[in-house]
Design a protein around this ligand. Structure first.
Ligand code: GLY
Ligand code: MN
Ligand code: MN
Length: 463
């Protein structure tokens, strides 16, 4: 955990920005896999972690802004619990560790909340994202499940967003650690991939690297020879000579901060000519995007310039035609890159998206596009010093999408469908790294991981 003062000052800042009412923070609970006592890996809610530090199930907290009180809630273990789970500090001790003066049982939380609601006080909630929270909150607040959403508070969301969006020095140190573990997952994958291996064998190895860093995966591993499927979680293919393997994975470190990187690797150790050409286009798009990172530029603009770089490269190969800038702006490049160039990253791999994707990524001056492809950009607003973002352009050949667009002759002024026939079996390339925006520009999070064609081929030759 961070020093107690960090949690205290974060809560002080939040109180000031919300101004009045009760702020309710339900921590996450255990979630069963196939019977009650067999639970999924426990992950604390990131906002609870940010303000209250403790990563244990069954906790909650309230900030009563009007009375300037903070109360930490949970139930102390019984001897029956201790036999199975071992001893744990009392709820009161947990509260003291993060500078909270008051503590109580979960039944006292129910009393406090239902009383507050009956007396007309404002209770602020963040949007729940786990089904069990709706049931728990309905019980605590003594309101119907369908009424829980009525308590979601834009002021609370905006207060949390403003704080969590700007990474402070102690957080940045954690993010470098997470990115370093993530980098080790990738060097393991680059060195390990070889013809004859099944995707799950390598997935298992890199999952082990993530866990050996003291935390876990930051999201389920994408490791596939079918890189054209953007979030492909199937790991049953055997890698073959000539295949490209797309590996998109990340670790979260022991403090819960996430890494998220992608490398695309030639299984046999060398890219062939066609693979080199497409890879180099994606690399140029990423380098171009990275060179633009600085406070004040909008991510919508960075996205547009990445798409333009891709269109220019594909024009040179004869797969696209026409003005690259227009192709990007009108949505024609979405055939090859139907996702956005990146997203915020922090305690969540897609940071704070549970608070509302548009609230995190857009604001009054940057509204989400409704054009296919462009609408998948999760972050469009202006960058600020302290934001941490991913930069992840890609080029994919998705046969179903190509066939659909071809049958509609969609954007036929920009797409050379005849030439594309030769690429149906290509797969996909994505390259992704994590950057911190600072006053001058941006800094790579973690140590650099081989990325150029020469670097990747070089690492694959190492024994
Ligand atoms: N890990 C999914 C992504 O790159 O956003
Ligand atoms: Mn990723
Ligand atoms: Mn990402």
């Amino acid at each position: 955990m961070f020093d107690k003062e960090i949690y205290v000052s974060r809560r002080e800042a939040l109180k000031k920005s919300v101004g009045s009412g009760l702020l309710l923070f339900p921590g996450n609970n255990e979630s069963s896999i196939n019977y009650v006592d067999n639970a999924y890996y426990f992950r604390q809610d990131s906002t609870f972690l940010y303000f209250f530090g403790h990563s244990k199930p069954g906790l909650a907290a309230v900030i009563d802004v009007d009375n300037d009180e903070e109360i930490f809630y949970g139930d102390d273990l019984t001897i029956d619990d201790v036999i199975w789970t071992g001893p744990m500090p009392t709820v009161n001790e947990l509260a003291e560790e993060v500078g909270v003066g008051l503590s109580g049982s979960l039944s006292s939380l129910k009393n406090q909340l239902s009383k507050a609601i009956k007396s007309g006080r404002q209770v602020h909630l963040l949007p729940p994202y786990r089904p069990d929270h709706y049931i728990v909150l309905s019980g605590w607040m003594d309101v119907a499940v369908k009424e829980v959403d009525d308590y979601i508070s834009l002021k609370f969301i905006q207060g949390v967003l403003a704080l969590r969006s700007i990474k402070t020095d102690p957080e940045i140190a954690e993010m470098h650690l997470a990115a370093d573990i993530t980098g080790r997952m990738h060097t393991t994958a680059i060195k390990g991939a070889r013809p004859g291996m099944i995707e799950y064998e390598l997935t298992g190895k890199i999952t082990g690297v993530a866990m050996s860093g003291g935390g876990n995966l930051s999201f389920p591993v994408i490791l596939t020879v079918d890189g054209q499927t953007l979030h492909n979680h199937y790991h049953g293919n055997t890698m073959k000579e000539g295949d490209l393997l797309l590996v998109d994975c990340g670790a979260e470190n022991g403090m819960g901060y996430a890494g998220d990187m992608t490398r695309t690797i030639p299984v046999s150790g060398r890219f062939d000519q066609r693979q080199k050409e497409i890879y180099q286009i994606v690399l140029s798009a990423q380098e171009h995007a990275i060179s633009m990172l600085r406070p004040g530029i909008s991510y919508a603009e960075v996205n547009m310039l990445s798409l333009k770089t891709i269109a220019t490269g594909l024009n040179d190969l004869g797969l696209m035609k026409g003005d690259p800038e227009e192709a990007a702006r009108l949505g024609a490049v979405a055939l090859f890159m139907p996702h956005g160039v990146g997203h915020m990253i922090g305690l969540d791999v897609h940071d704070m998206e549970n608070l509302g994707e548009d609230l995190v990524g857009y604001d009054a001056s940057f509204k989400r596009s409704d054009i296919f492809g462009l609408r998948s950009l999760r972050l469009g607003k202006r960058l600020e010093a302290g934001f941490a973002v991913t930069v992840e352009p890609g080029v994919y050949f998705i046969p179903d999408l190509i066939n659909k667009w071809k049958s509609e002759q969609k954007f036929s002024a920009f797409i050379n469908y005849e030439q594309l026939k030769k690429y149906h079996d290509f797969g996909g390339v994505r390259i992704e790294d994590d950057y911190l925006i600072n006053a001058e520009g941006a800094t790579l999070l973690g140590k650099p991981v081989p990325k150029t064609i020469a670097e990747i081929e070089g690492l694959k030759q190492e024994k």
